[in-house]
Write a protein that binds this ligand. Structure first.
Ligand code: G3P
Length: 510
């Protein structure tokens, strides 16, 4: 490490792409962000254009470097973090996708998952993958793409030959980390954390699972090589003739929730964090033991460094939290997310209103693919302030749902919870979260810990940082929130919340 070198991180998320550059102290020295289009071809379907994502990735990298007056050569390494599970297939030769990426929120394969459940294969999948069978994961999305890419307008190949070409290895499967790494370096790789979200990967053997590949009819030849999240062998290097005009090692990748765990320096068993993005994802490091959940959580890979054992995590995946605030914007109840704090504070309570934002079904701990959003308890006196406050409360209540499951599964009392992501700028939400879970909430100085985690993984691999203690020393508290509401009041409201959730379940049944 010399004084003027840095590590970059690409954070390719559900709503947009960010590039951040960090110095040795973990401080942000460059940052650029660009949103991409959300494509909703049918109710319940969500797609992204992979070409747009790649164009935006290049644009934010160049913009961030230019605005900070940095040269690409000053990057010692690049790490990648990404929206997980989102699936695409592309042509090896042309590098062009056969169809849009199917986003993690997409529900088009709900029926397929139900078939699996009807056939009694749930426990079989759970044991191998640590996942609760759901359309959320990549397996049924890949199967759908292979079965349906031919007649789709966007397919850029001869009809009828998608599956055949996949078997020949002429088509490539990938999650978004794989796509971005491929575009940057030409390597076809993924990391252990992203692989663990595909529902095709055995988290005990740490390899693609032949039986699952057969079940979902996904040819092994199209799968990427699985590598550690922080890889001293490097995934590859950027091309000096490419858009960066420099050869930079791409040395690490983690799914965004695991990256946030790493960025929050939750390196030891029992350390936990909650990230508030489109959805919220609470992860607890469980060390080298894959703890199987009995309360509706997922068992997933936390991270792996070169030559070291895999670290596992328990995860509570909440599909819609920040996206519920976006929805308030979409339906013109607010102009801007920043307004929610003031609006929520302007009333003493929600006046009995409960909002369950189950727009794409419910994840942990309920796992109901057919749940749908509902607002209950409205009267003629209900104002938008009450609905806005109920939206923030829904974020906190959903977090309590998974926090309770996590305490039961791990036997560990969550006395403090590290938080990050866009919504934690909202002090009202942080205080509310502390009251509703009954735990201290700790917000770090760098709230973009997702990108920081990816930078740490890549930087460790190339020796920019030499050990985990250096990273621990970088972590600093911005503000701590402690419970200040009486438990009885909170528990009463939480009981009503659970009733509201019950009413949202199975709504979209056929
Ligand atoms: O599992 C989905 C998750 O990775 C999406 O994260 O931050 O893009 O909402 P985010």
């Amino acid at each position: 490490m010399t004084e003027d070198t840095y590590v970059g991180a690409i954070d390719q998320g559900t709503t947009g792409t960010r590039f951040m550059v960090f110095d040795h102290d973990g401080r942000v020295v460059a940052n650029a962000y660009q949103k991409h289009e959300q494509i909703y071809p049918e109710p319940g379907w969500v797609e992204h254009d992979p070409e747009e994502i790649w164009e935006n990735t290049q644009a934010v990298m160049l913009t961030a470097l230019e605005e900070a007056g940095l040269d690409a050569e000053q990057l010692d390494a690049i790490g990648i973090t990404n929206q997980r599970e989102t699936t695409l297939i592309w042509d090896k030769e042309s590098g062009r996708p056969v169809y849009n990426a199917i986003v993690w929120q997409d529900r088009r394969t709900t029926d397929r998952v139900e078939t699996l459940q009807d056939e009694g294969k749930e426990e079989w999948v759970r044991e191998k993958t640590g996942l609760e069978p759901d359309a959320y994961f990549s397996a049924t999305k890949a199967e759908w793409l292979l079965d349906n890419a031919d007649p789709i307008k966007l397919a850029r190949m001869r009809p009828d030959d998608v599956r055949e070409r996949a078997e020949e290895g002429e088509l490539m499967f990938g999650t978004i980390d794989t796509w971005v790494t491929y575009k940057l370096t030409g390597a076809h790789v993924t990391d252990v954390t992203n692989a663990s979200r595909t529902m095709l990967f055995n988290i005990h053997d740490m390899d693609w699972d032949d039986e699952l590949l057969e079940e979902f009819d996904v040819p092994k030849a199209m799968l990427p090589e699985v590598r550690p999240s922080s890889d001293e062998d490097l995934y590859g290097t950027t091309d000096s003739d490419g858009f960066l005009e420099a050869e930079i090692p791409v040395a690490g990748a983690l799914g965004d929730q695991q990256a946030a765990l790493f960025g929050q320096t939750c390196f030891d068993a029992g350390d936990a964090k909650n990230t508030y993005g489109t959805g919220s994802f609470m992860l607890m490091n469980t060390g080298d033991e894959a703890v199987m959940s009995e309360h509706g959580l997922l068992t997933t890979v936390g991270f792996q460094r070169s030559g070291e054992p895999v670290q596992y995590a328990l995860e509570g995946s909440i599909f819609i939290t920040g996206a519920a605030i976006e929805w308030l914007e979409d339906v013109s109840l607010i102009d801007d997310a920043a307004e929610t704090e003031e609006l929520a504070r302007s009333v003493d309570s929600t006046d009995g209103v409960y909002f369950v934002p189950a727009f794409t079904g419910l994840g942990a701990p309920h796992w109901d693919q057919r749940a749908r959003g509902t607002i209950l308890g409205m009267t003629r006196g209900t104002r938008r302030e009450h609905v806005v406050r109920a939206t923030l409360e829904s974020i906190a209540f959903q977090t309590r749902d998974v926090a309770e499951a996590m305490e039961e599964d791990s036997g560990i009392d969550l006395s403090t919870l590290r938080v990050d992501g866009g919504a934690v700028k909202n002090n009202f939400l942080c205080q509310l979260q502390s009251n509703i879970v009954g735990t201290d909430i700790v917000r770090p100085m760098v709230d973009e810990t997702t990108a920081l985690g990816a930078a740490y993984a890549a930087g460790l691999a190339v020796g920019y940082w030499s050990n985990l203690d250096e990273l621990r020393n970088n972590w600093q508290v911005d503000r701590e929130f402690s419970p200040d509401d009486d438990a009885e009041n909170v528990d009463g409201r939480y009981g009503r919340w659970k009733e509201a959730v019950d009413r949202s379940l199975d709504w979209a049944r056929e």
